[in-house]
Design a protein around this ligand. Structure first.
Ligand SMILES: NC(=O)c1ccc[n+]([C@@H]2O[C@H](COP(=O)([O-])OP(=O)(O)OC[C@H]3O[C@@H](n4cnc5c(N)ncnc54)[C@H](O)[C@@H]3O)[C@@H](O)[C@H]2O)c1
Length: 480
């Protein structure tokens, strides 16, 4: 009798935990926590390594010319073979101001403003090849999908989408229309990033074991970023949509910068693939108080007082099918210096970007000296840095990174070769947002990362041609 009672209690507790004999988790219990996003997609056409017909001139329409978009216009204007045809923004002064600042008399774009849907007219034109989208996050997917459906290639600011459903729609539309959908993940072109991609490809790190990336960018303390300026609608500092994005949500809301080179170094989508993720957020310690402080000066902020804000720090950890690990951090509301904190660790060596200068080590004995680091940087410098690094820095945009990215995109389109990043990269990197939110909302339980290549990652070859084996023939027009 005693034994039966013990067995009965054991069975109850195991069933409650989703366990069967020998501590094995039941399939239904596992699927309950690990598969909230069902995968039904079948690849129609593999957009990885896809070459669209070459375009001698790339005619561009820009949607959203705020802080980021107006910078894109200025940089794309300096690339050979570009014709800027149209600028669109809901705020008229941003369109006219950006047109006024175009130098050299090379471009005479048409201005579109007036309504929230004006951007569709830009996509509908038949004399435009490429649409560059720099609007608030929640508009990216709709605008990119519509543009591709109208036969345009798209370059979309980070992130490309906020939901798994939209990530799939983007993949399906790109495959169906055979139009490029490149997320403008400039971080992939950072000095440290392309250097570590080069080092990884030449075996410096051995097998890649682990990567870390972060978006830590204080937007609350000591800055006026959340303070609106109703007098000056053209002022780029205040972005109400970016404040709103932090309300009622919790997770890693900006993972793409941190993933910049990690995904390329680990060949995720082409040789390896993310398997599952867990994500943990703490509480908000600063944004709620900041809203009370702002509300004391401006009634506009009353509606934000008492709202639930994203926790200061989010940490997400990802495991890949080949057994590697990635740690991502996100914090935009603690008083800390800005840092992206990229780190690549392998079986033979490690590289760390922050705090600067970038450091390298090949064992537990400590970091290599600055002279040794300089020698490595020279030895592994990729061809893209040698060819356009200097002139990109002259034109600028995060120290030239943005110009390099714009140049390479246009160069690939003009040469009819694959772009460095495709729709699968855009979808995978962006999917961390909803996946981390799901995990945070479910006590950090693990969640499977969808495979947007639907298995093609096993045979896809790495992209991001940093050695410029193809193309590289387009010029950047110097400011001098
Ligand atoms: N990669 C980077 O380093 C980097 C840096 C900054 C911003 N960004 C990204 O760029 C995007 C834009 O950010 P931002 O800082 O320029 O914001 P912003 O608010 O300065 O610019 C967005 C612009 O879009 C316009 N807009 C809004 N709805 C529109 C519509 N329906 N049609 C046309 N225009 C519309 C707004 O009026 C505004 O001018 C975001 O995705 C952001 O994350 C990336």
């Amino acid at each position: 009798m005693k034994n039966n009672r013990r067995d009965f209690l054991k069975n109850i507790s195991l069933a409650g935990l989703g366990l069967t004999g020998a501590g094995k988790l039941t399939d239904s219990f596992l699927s309950g926590i690990r598969e909230p996003f069902q995968q039904t997609h079948r690849q129609r056409f593999n957009m990885h390594d896809y070459s669209a017909p070459a375009l001698e001139t790339v005619r561009i329409g820009f949607i959203g010319v705020g802080s980021r978009g107006s910078g894109h216009v200025r940089r794309y204007a300096r690339i050979e073979g570009v014709e800027i045809k149209a600028l669109c923004d809901t705020i008229p002064g941003r369109v006219t101001g950006t047109i006024d600042r175009l130098e050299g008399g090379l471009h005479y774009p048409d201005a579109y403003h007036g309504s929230e849907d004006e951007w569709k007219k830009v996509c509908d034109r038949d004399d435009i090849d490429l649409i560059i989208i720099s609007t608030p996050w929640d508009q990216h997917a709709e605008q990119a999908i519509y543009a591709m459906e109208q036969g345009k290639h798209v370059g979309v600011e980070v992130p490309v989408a906020l939901t798994i459903e939209d990530c799939w729609k983007l993949v399906e539309t790109s495959e169906q229309t055979r139009k490029h959908c490149m997320m403008l993940a400039n971080s992939a072109y950072g000095d440290f990033n392309i250097l570590t991609i080069s080092m990884a490809r030449q075996g410096f790190f051995g097998d890649i074991v682990h990567g870390e990336g972060a978006y830590i960018h204080d937007r609350v303390s000591g800055s006026n970023r959340w303070r609106r300026d109703p007098e000056n609608a053209n002022w780029f500092g205040y972005r109400p949509w970016r404040l709103d994005a932090n309300v009622g949500r919790n997770g890693n809301l900006y993972p793409t910068h941190g993933l910049g080179s990690i995904c390329q170094v680990m060949n995720l989508n082409y040789g390896d693939q993310m398997d599952y993720l867990i994500s943990l957020s703490g509480d908000d310690f600063t944004m709620g108080d900041k809203m009370k402080e702002l509300a004391a000066e401006d009634d506009y902020y009353n509606s934000y007082v008492g709202k639930s804000f994203r926790g200061n720090m989010n940490v997400s950890v990802i495991r890949t099918h080949n057994g590697r690990t990635i740690m991502l951090q996100h914090d935009i509301s603690s008083p800390r210096p800005n840092v992206r904190y990229n780190l690549i660790s392998g079986t033979k060596a490690i590289a760390r970007q922050s705090p600067p200068p970038a450091r390298f080590a090949t064992g537990h004995g400590g970091w290599l000296s600055q002279d040794e680091a300089d020698l490595l940087t020279e030895k592994y410098k990729p061809e893209i840095s040698k060819r356009v690094g200097e002139i990109s820095s002259e034109i600028g945009g995060h120290g030239g990174v943005d110009t390099m990215m714009a140049w390479r995109m246009i160069d690939c389109l003009r040469n009819g070769i694959p772009l460095d990043m495709d729709v699968y990269d855009a979808a995978l990197w962006s999917s961390i947002i909803p996946l981390s939110e799901w995990s945070v909302a479910n006590r950090s339980n693990s969640v499977s990362v969808p495979d947007f290549t639907t298995g093609a990652w096993k045979t896809n070859e790495p992209n991001m041609d940093i050695e410029l084996k193809r193309g590289g023939s387009t010029r950047i027009l110097s400011l001098r």
